[in-house]
Each structure stands twice: as structure tokens, then as C-alpha cells.
Write a new protein. Structure first.
Ligand code: NAD
Ligand code: GLY
Length: 360
């Protein structure tokens, strides 16, 4: 097992990464302060792993909430159903919420923990690759609004993250690829050596090789923890974690939540960000081709949907959380392995990127 730390002073917390961690209560229990636990999961993950987790929590009052599965259910309405169980089972301020699931469950549970009785403890047990490498770490929680992704939420850190990589054995291939998109992101924004490692090890990741997956989870979490420790509330630097996301969120919103997976939209969005970076002269055509090739090898989309026109992109990108004083800001590449955040965007180049990155 590997143990990393997200360094946030007295709110620092560990990330445990390894196999068969779910059945090791000694990892979880020190992070549970009271006698009550509420496990929030969904209808797909519950039959796979809920009993195992509950068995590890036999010393506690355990209540469970099973949410409907899918991004389309990441709504205020579904989120509020978590409180029905917490209140009817009389959970008090010392309760601990445990998110057992992918990023959707994790984001909604964290946001419920941030607001229940003005804030109770929570633990992240990510079960998808994407949630192990990204969403479970760093304390962004929330739900979608029909007009924009993740528009309602809070920064709220978990007490610990338990990434049991053996849970990835049941993950569908399409979801594994979606997680790889966020992994490639770290290589592009801050870790060129890791990008090269991914070029050399993509086949092992796709084949579900546990050693390769554990390494990718660890390296991704190291990169993310480093950024979060420097800029928890996204005053500046943290925005680099959103490479491709401004384009990607527009795709997700336009296509209807859940039709494009988050990781798929991020992959196409990262190609758009890399394409624009190439037009600005920051990366070469060969480097752009390497980005596209790596994502293609991971079976990810590298073009935006054919039915999305630039004005729709611009309208949806206008509600991005990075917009400042009405000006669009984008995360672009300064070089391979280094990202910048800029509002200095040439409209003509952006138009060319929209044209070049649209599927036929
Ligand atoms: P998800 O939570 O929808 O999970 C993907 C699918 O896999 C679901 O159908 C789920 O039921 C299923 N599943 C989960 N674990 C499984 C397992 N072990 N075996 C079999 N099936 C399993 O999607 P995701 O990709 O994990 O997360 C995407 C969400 O995360 C988006 O809402 C996105 O906005 C959010 N996100 C948040 C952050 C953050 O910092 N908070 C970062 C990135 C993404
Ligand atoms: N996924 C982007 C962030 O955590 O900031």
C-alpha cells in the first residue's frame, strides 16, 4: 500500500492506494469520530461492494443511501434525498458520510457532508479510475444545474481517501478510458516524464494491469495533491487542473449530461486546448500529434461533436467558473508538461480551433 498526504495544515489527510483496502477497517476507523456512519452509493456499485464495506464497519450504526446511477442524476433534487435518510435515522453532528462510488457519488456526498447540520465529516472511497485519480482528492463537491456543470457546490475536504485499486476489476472499459483522460491531463499540465511514461505503458493500463494502474493512480494523486496544497480554493494555480474542461463542460452540457462521459468530453477538450496552444506556437505540430495519438490509443474521442457550432461553444463556455469580469479564461499549454491560465485569447485562432476539432 502507498500512503500520500494532501497537505492542508490541520485539515491534512491521507490517500491510501492499494489492493484489497476495503476489507481493512483499521484504515477507515481512525477517521471516523462518532458512532454513526452513512454510506452513500449508487444502484450499480451497491450490489458489488456495499456488503463488504458494511462488514468492515460492524462496530458502527450504519445507514445506507442508494442513489440512481448516472450524471443525469447529479441534481439538487437527488442530492437532497441523502438528507431524508440522515434525518429519519437521526444522524447527529458527529456522523461520518462515506462516499462509495465514482465522481458523481463522491461529489454529491461531499456536498451533503458540507451542508448537513452545517458540516459533518466525510470519507471518499472512489470506485472508478477517474475518481481515484481526480475527483476524490482536493475537496471540490457539488451538483449540476441544467445551465452548467458543477455550478452548485462547496470546497470541502474529506478526512481520508481510500483508493482500493482492486475495485477497478469490475469497471467497464469505457469508464476506464474516461479515467485515463484525467491521467493524461497531469502529464500535460505538470509532469512531462509522466506523459512519456503513459506513452510507454498505455497498453498495460488498458489491459487493467494492477501494477501500472496503481502507479498511475499514485502519480496522478501526487500531482493533484501538490496543486491543491498550494491553492485549495482555486485563487489561481488550481485552475490548471481544468485543462480541456472549459471545452469539455460545454460538450457535456450541450449533449445532455451523461451522453458523453466526463472523461470523454475532457479528452476532446484537451485536444482543443492543445490545438489552440499549437496555433499560439507553444507546442509543435508533432507534439500536438502525440497528444492526439495518446488519447486515441486510450479509445477516447479527439473531436468535438459534429453538431456543435462555435456560437454554442462560446455561449456555454461563457458560464464557466473561470470566466472573470465577463472575460473567457482558458487553460492552455505553455509547453508539454506545463500549463498556463490566460484570457489573452485570439478570437480568430479560437475559431480555427473550433473548425479543426469538429467531427465530420
Ligand atoms: P460516475 O460516478 O458516473 O461513474 C461511472 C460509472 O461507473 C457509473 O455507472 C458507476 O455506477 C459505475 N461504477 C463505479 N464504480 C464501479 C466499479 N468499481 N465497477 C463497475 N462499475 C462502477 O463517473 P466518474 O467518471 O467516476 O465521475 C465523473 C464525475 O466526477 C462527473 O460528475 C465530474 O464532474 C466529476 N468530477 C469531479 C471532480 C472533482 O474534483 N470533484 C474532478 C473530476 C470529475
Ligand atoms: N478537477 C479539478 C479540480 O479538482 O480542481
Amino acid at each position: 500500500m502507498q500512503v500520500l498526504t494532501v497537505n492542508l495544515g490541520d485539515r491534512s489527510y491521507p490517500i491510501y492506494i492499494g489492493e484489497q483496502l476495503l476489507s481493512q477497517p483499521e484504515l477507515l476507523c481512525p477517521h471516523i469520530r462518532g458512532r454513526q456512519v452513512c454510506v452513500v452509493t449508487n444502484e450499480t456499485v451497491a450490489p458489488l461492494y456495499l456488503d463488504k464495506l458494511c462488514a468492515a464497519l460492524s462496530d458502527y450504526q450504519v445507514d445506507t443511501v442508494i442513489l440512481p446511477d448516472g450524471e443525469s442524476h447529479k441534481t439538487l433534487q437527488v442530492w437532497s434525498s441523502i438528507f431524508d435518510t440522515l434525518l429519519s435515522s437521526r444522524h447527529n453532528r458527529t456522523t461520518t458520510l462515506i462516499a462509495l462510488g465514482g465522481g458523481v457519488v463522491g461529489d454529491m456526498t461531499g456536498f451533503a457532508a458540507a451542508t448537513y447540520q452545517r458540516g459533518v465529516d466525510f470519507i471518499q472511497i472512489p470506485t472508478t479510475l477517474l475518481s481515484m485519480v481526480d475527483s476524490s482528492v482536493g475537496g471540490k463537491t457539488g451538483v449540476n444545474h441544467p445551465l452548467g456543470k458543477n455550478m452548485i457546490g462547496a470546497f470541502y475536504q474529506p478526512r481520508c481517501v481510500l483508493a482500493d485499486t482492486s475495485l477497478l476489476r469490475t469497471l467497464p472499459a469505457r469508464e476506464l478510458s474516461a479515467g485515463i483522460a484525467e491521467i493524461v491531463k497531469y502529464g500535460l499540465i505538470s509532469d512531462y516524464d509522466f506523459f512519456v511514461w503513459l506513452e510507454n505503458n498505455m497498453d498495460d493500463l488498458l489491459a487493467g494491469d494492477m501494477t501500472a494502474l496503481a502507479y498511475a493512480v499514485k502519480r496522478s494523486c501526487e500531482n493533484k495533491a501538490d496543486v491543491v496544497a498550494q491553492d485549495e480554493h482555486e485563487g489561481g494555480l488550481r485552475a490548471i487542473l481544468n485543462l480541456g474542461h472549459t471545452f469539455g463542460h460545454a460538450i457535456e452540457t450541450a449533449q445532455g449530461y451523461g451522453n458523453w462521459l466526463h472523461g470523454e468530453a475532457v479528452a476532446a477538450g484537451m485536444v482543443m486546448a492543445a490545438d489552440l496552444s499549437c496555433r499560439r506556437g507553444a507546442i509543435s505540430n508533432d507534439e500536438l500529434a502525440r497528444v492526439i495519438h495518446l488519447l486515441q490509443r486510450a479509445n477516447l474521442p479527439v473531436k468535438a461533436p459534429s453538431d456543435m457550432i462555435p456560437t454554442q461553444f462560446m455561449e456555454l463556455m461563457g458560464v464557466d467558473k473561470k470566466v472573470l469580469d465577463g472575460r473567457l479564461r482558458l487553460v492552455l499549454l505553455e509547453s508539454m508538461g506545463k500549463a498556463i491560465i490566460t484570457s489573452d485569447i485570439d478570437a480568430g485562432m479560437l475559431q480555427d480551433t473550433f473548425d479543426a476539432c469538429k467531427a465530420d
